[in-house]
Design a protein around this ligand. Structure first.
Ligand code: AGP
Length: 608
């Protein structure tokens, strides 16, 4: 996790401020400490410490650092607790080299021991610091810093995106990538490196996504990339990104998360207009020919996978297995050339999902990626890709990327069912028509229910636990609602199929225990009414999200109801999650928390 940035400019600039602003756009990747290193008049200036970037800027005055070349880092601690010493950048013994790193150097203990035995003195507990000392070790009189960097990188095992500067070659920022994401921002009279695209958008929308095993350097006017010792041509790899800097800023909202919840109608409509049906049909032909479909993802993306699983199984009669990406090993022996894996990842960089993709590919399985980030690793390593067009998502809690993922997955599942004649044309057309209305439907849900969600949040803010129950397609939505509350409001929330209540969880229920019911399928209404009664009998505080046509029924039974549109249950997961996102958001804010930066979490999880 962690975010790194490097900027090389032609003229002396207020580079500390530029790096600080870029880092703020990467803070979703980690925010327990931060730092900046700049080369000025042949010496290295390093300012770093524990805390969030804005606080550190007041204390360490990042904005007052001038120079032409600098690197920065925002950290999510892996090796060594958050502290001033463990904050990046890290330096060598003679303060000639500064390095920032995202990833894990798995052989750092051996390297550290070796370096200490030759006299290197370490100042932190991090794995990263070995990189600075290794480069120092390889810098012999007369040798080129690039050679020393290359040799140092060849000794590293694990995952890394590295940015390194040295006073011995002050116009360059050296970089290397292995598994952890890294891009180059191609500017005019300046070039940049960064962990993610939003960091560079203020300065350029032209980017190169680096590949595993690539190393090189940037200067203000030059980009050099090599792979296995040979220079790589990069000009044709420059992509013009359609995201604007406004899309990556709060635009008047107090938090990115609220902005991103409100952006869902637009994200859905952009995703809809960006879908190439030819691509979807080709994917469906592949799925139709397969013996077995696997679906994987982590966190919210896994929940989107469960929605897809339900529709594919129920409607298309497919043989589907959906699993949490980090648990892929169990399925390895069941995978062959006739299997297809659908890998869902908004960032396209989640290490657990990437590992599953690689392991399945080795077995000959074809992979279809669903991602929000063009050219990210998972789509690049997959056979086919569908992109969601949610725009950059900065809040740690996934919102608009979830609803857009479900949209493309549902269109895919319905199209497959239609192609294999499990769904009649008239029904297929009607479902697609309802999907087309989702941007408007979602907009009206936000307009109608935001205030009611705030009222509910007032109740939730003093609770320690909550249950989220559903049946059928309501289960993954209940799981996602519980995840949102847990991750940003720090309230213990558990989700499970409503029928499971009596098999254990109901033992926890006592007066005022909040229980959410996600009712989206006519078939389950009566069964859920029974479950509500059971909870009421134990004095739980019951909340139902139910279609308008049943709202009187549930209003009579429940303490709180949120009326949802009367739409087909296979389309309903998209609008149903919106009120649950809003409840989690307002509960977090009312508890005095920062929903954009929940403790211990980072947006993109690039360590196993
Ligand atoms: C969602 O709110 C999370 N913070 C998290 O579970 C996330 O969905 C997960 O890490 C997967 O990320 P990805 O979609 O980028 O692969």
């Amino acid at each position: 996790m962690c975010g790194i940035v490097g900027i090389a400019c032609l003229e002396i600039e207020n580079i500390g401020k530029m790096i600080r602003r870029c880092l703020e756009r990467l803070e979703y990747r980690g925010y327990d400490s931060a730092g900046i290193a700049v080369i000025k008049n042949g010496t290295l200036i390093v300012r770093k410490g524990r805390g969030k970037i804005a606080e550190l800027n007041k204390r360490l005055k990042f904005d007052e650092i001038y120079g032409k070349v600098g690197i920065g880092h925002t950290r999510w601690a892996t090796h060594g607790k958050p502290s001033d010493e463990n904050a990046h950048p890290h330096t060598d013994c003679r303060d000639m080299i500064a390095v920032v790193h995202n990833g894990i150097i798995s052989n750092y203990l051996e390297l550290r021991e070796k370096l200490e035995s030759t006299g290197h003195v370490f100042r932190s507990e991090t794995d990263t610091e070995v990189i600075a000392h290794l480069v120092e070790e390889h810098l012999r009189p007369g040798s080129e810093p690039l050679d020393a960097f290359r040799m140092a990188v060849s000794e590293l095992c694990g995952t890394y995106a590295i940015g390194l500067i040295t006073v011995l070659d002050p116009s360059k920022i050296f970089f290397a990538r292995m598994t952890s994401p890294l891009i180059i921002g191609v500017g005019e009279g300046m070039n940049m490196i960064a962990s993610d695209i939003p960091a560079v958008l203020e300065y350029t929308n032209r980017v190169i996504v680096l590949k595993d095993g690539e190393i090189g350097y940037i200067t203000p006017t030059e980009i050099y990339i090599e792979r296995e010792g040979r220079p790589v041509s990069w000009k044709e790899r420059v992509r013009v990104i359609s995201w604007s800097v406004d899309m990556a800023s709060k635009g008047g909202y107090p938090h990115f998360m609220l902005k991103e919840i409100h952006e869902q109608p637009l994200a859905l409509s952009n995703t809809l207009s960006g879908i190439e049906m030819e691509n979807i049909r080709n994917i469906c032909s592949l799925l139709a020919k397969s013996d077995r479909i696997f679906i994987t993802g982590a966190g919210t993306s896994y929940h989107a996978g469960l929605v897809c699983d339900y529709v594919l199984t129920e409607l298309a009669g497919a043989d589907v297995t959906t699993f949490i990406a980090s648990e892929y090993r169990k399925y390895i022996n069941a995978v062959d050339e006739r299997s297809v894996l659908i890998a869902i990842s908004q960032s396209g960089e989640t290490i657990d999902t990437l590992m599953a993709v690689r392991a399945f590919k080795e077995r000959g399985c074809r992979v279809i990626a669903v991602s929000n980030v063009v050219d990210s690793t998972i789509p690049r390593e997959s056979d086919m890709v569908v992109y969601t067009r949610a725009g950059p998502e900065i809040g740690v809690a996934a919102t608009k990327t979830f609803t857009t993922q479900i949209m493309v997955l549902t269109i895919m599942s319905l199209t497959l069912a239609y192609m294999i004649e499990r769904l009649r044309e008239a029904e297929y057309r009607e479902l697609i028509r309802q999907i087309r209305e989702l941007p408007t439907v979602t907009e009206s849900i936000i307009r109608m229910h935001e205030a009611r969600c705030m009222i509910l949040a007032r109740y939730m803010k003093n609770r320690a636990n909550a249950f989220y129950l559903g049946r059928g397609l309501g289960v993954p939505i209940a799981m996602e609602g519980a995840l949102k509350l847990k991750e940003i409001a720090y309230i213990h929330a558990e989700a499970y199929p409503a029928g499971e209540s009596k098999h254990g969880p109901i033992a926890l229920v006592e007066r005022d225990f909040p229980v959410f019911f996600v009712v989206l399928d006519d078939y389950y209404v009566e069964a859920i009414v029974g479950n509500v009664m059971e909870m009421r009998a134990r004095d739980a505080y019951t909340i139902a999200l139910a279609p308008r046509k049943y709202i009187y029924k549930f209003a009579k039974l429940c303490d709180y109801v949120i009326d949802m549109p009367n739409i087909d249950y296979r389309i309903a997961p998209i609008p149903y999650i919106v009120p649950l996102q809003l409840v989690a958001y307002y509960t977090s804010v009312m508890r005095g928390l920062d929903p954009d930066k929940p403790r211990n979490l980072a947006k993109t999880v690039t360590v196993e």
